[in-house]
Design a protein around this ligand. Structure first.
Ligand code: RIB
Ligand code: CA
Length: 313
């Protein structure tokens, strides 16, 4: 089978953790490396979490640590511990991993890797776009070498989840998003328009807990924090799985309503972090405007059962 090669740029993060296990399970994807970025927690915590997941589930991917401050050098003062816990993985109390990150930074790794190969490589970014913007700023020659960026973030026709206008990954570093959108690299944006349409039911999570062995127990444990966040909002029966939805869009575009056009990101004023999309057949960007949740659920569950379920290898 022809596999799509991705560098997974992530801020684990509860839904990032699920997406990593899903990517590992999808037969049509090859993860070449994991790149971390701050966002759901500090960069140290996000890197530790990526390493912990790799170690616990024998994921053979190198982990490169990326940015701990925004594209313009701003430190974060307010991590979303009310969603992801203080440690980024729901404060379950996991031990420190014994694996270490690679010595090279993720930005240097991406630049070097893209320059060294003519193999098509996609960047799947499910956190702030800081590392991608920094790589493109330091090495503009890599722009034509990137097959495509698929990113979870933004909102076009629905409200944001941090402000009325802005989604969290974009709001966390609007200058980075603006820089990437302006770089000429093809981008597929899988934002709230699509991810809010693909929710996991709490009953499905409970079933996965029993069906997926250690992976099911891990997902159940970390998701308790997430379930509480949604329950506090009066939502009891399910939750979006933003980053997994973006991961599925890489290889299952047919499950989405895609529109072509051009994206820009507002960096000023009350609409800071807003992603504005103008449809155009000549555009370099695509946006997933809707998702077929039933199909995506089937693909998700099939892959996860095959990789982690009873009788899996
Ligand atoms: O808005 C949802 C996004 O913000 C997800 O990627 C989540 O992990 C957080 O980073
Ligand atoms: Ca994320």
């Amino acid at each position: 089978m022809n596999q799509t090669v991705v560098i997974f740029d992530t801020d684990p993060g509860i839904d990032d953790a699920m997406a990593l296990l899903l990517l590992h399970a999808l037969p049509s994807i090859e993860i070449r490396a994991i790149s971390t970025v701050f966002g759901n927690a500090s960069i140290a915590a996000c890197t530790r979490n990526a390493l912990y997941i790799c170690e616990r589930f024998n994921l053979p991917y190198p982990v490169y640590q990326g940015a701990g401050v925004t594209f313009t050098g701003q430190a974060e003062t307010d991590y979303p511990d009310f969603v992801h816990g203080l440690d980024g993985l729901g404060d379950v109390g996991f031990p420190a991993p014994s694996r270490h990150a690679e010595s090279q930074t993720s930005v240097d790794y991406m630049i070097e890797t893209l320059r060294a190969t003519d193999e098509p490589i996609e960047l799947l970014a499910v956190g702030r776009m800081t590392n991608l913007a920094e790589a493109l700023r330091q090495a503009p020659d890599i722009a034509p070498l990137i097959q495509r960026i698929v990113m979870m973030g933004g909102a076009v026709a629905v409200p944001g989840n941090v402000t009325q206008w802005a989604e969290a990954n974009i709001y966390g570093d609007p200058e980075a998003a603006a820089f990437v959108f302006d770089s000429g690299v093809p981008v597929l944006m899988v934002g709230l328009d699509a991810t809010l349409e693909h929710r996991m039911k709490k009953t499905s999570l409970m079933a996965l807990r029993h069906e997926l062995g250690d992976a099911g127990e891990f997902l159940w444990q970390i998701k308790q924090c997430y379930l509480k966040f949604y329950a506090d909002k009066g939502i009891f029966d399910g939750f979006p799985i933003h980053d997994s939805t973006a991961a599925l869009a890489v290889v299952h575009p047919d499950c989405f309503e895609m529109r072509r056009g051009n994206l820009v990101c507002e960096t000023q004023g009350e609409q800071r972090g807003r992603t504005v999309f103008t449809e155009s057949e000549e555009g370099v960007h695509e946006v997933a405007m809707a998702a077929d949740s039933a199909q995506l659920t089937t693909i998700f569950e099939t892959a996860m059962h095959a990789k982690y379920g009873a009788g899996s290898l």
